[in-house]
Design a protein around this ligand. Structure first.
Ligand code: CA
Length: 229
């Protein structure tokens, strides 16, 4: 089970606050105060499931730490801890290797909810790692987390991949938007159910023959969606 978190934060009071709350939530923690320390800690603890990376650090910025971690590890979940003063455009632009970000000040409940969601995704992946799910014209590779349509690769975000995987596991079944939100984002996700529609709209553009007349992801009026064909 994925329950080990690296906390990289140079401000010791914030770091202890985060660590105390993660321990209370049942996580094992590893701490670092500089980028270099974080990289060393990960070498010593290859079983870390999620890394929390502060952006403002004394030796290098958190995005650089993220890049270095990501270059050797595609499975670890990465959450950036950003300050409200950092422009969101810049943050999302730099976020290429990260899975999520949390803006300071954050509540312990919000942070653990985000970590839980990433852990569940990571461990769920290993639990059902059967290789491939073939539902022509689609082929989902659960090892590489890739999707092909008629043999051509469809580029998906991590969240879009999780939605397609969920649909394929529940082919033909009408799924409520809440059900999709719980399964993909986690039961404690603080966001709105609208995020489901936003992602479905994007997915349809990527996978439907005609996104305005979807046949793979159909709408179940007043309820949710169905992977139906
Ligand atoms: Ca800092």
């Amino acid at each position: 089970m994925g329950r080990k978190v690296l906390v990289l934060e140079d401000e010791t009071n914030i770091r202890s606050f985060v660590v105390i709350n993660l321990k209370r939530a049942g996580y094992e923690t590893v701490e670092a105060g500089t980028g270099q320390e974080a990289l060393d800690q990960l070498k010593r603890n290859p079983d870390v499931n999620v890394a929390l990376l502060d952006v403002m650090l004394p030796d290098m910025d958190g995005f650089e730490v993220c890049r270095r971690i990501r270059s050797g590890n595609s499975r670890i979940g990465i959450i950036m801890l950003t300050a409200r003063t950092q422009e969101m455009d810049k943050v999302t632009g730099l976020m290429t290797g990260a899975d999520d970000y949390v803006t300071k000040p954050f509540s312990p409940a919000e942070l653990t909810a985000r970590i839980d969601a990433l852990c569940r995704r990571a461990t769920g992946e290993t639990a059902v790692d059967t290789g491939e799910i073939s539902q022509p014209p689609f082929l989902l590779n659960t090892r590489n987390r890739t999707l092909e349509k008629n043999g051509a690769r469809v580029k998906l975000t991590q969240v879009e991949y999780a939605i397609v995987k969920l649909f394929m596991d529940n082919a033909g079944k009408a799924m409520s938007r809440e059900e999709i939100l719980d399964a993909v984002w986690g039961k404690d996700y603080f966001g709105e159910v609208k995020i489901v529609d936003v992602n479905i709209r994007r997915l349809r553009i990527k996978i439907e023959d005609d996104p305005t007349n979807p046949t793979y992801i159909t709408t179940v009026w007043g309820y949710g969606y169905k992977w139906g064909f």
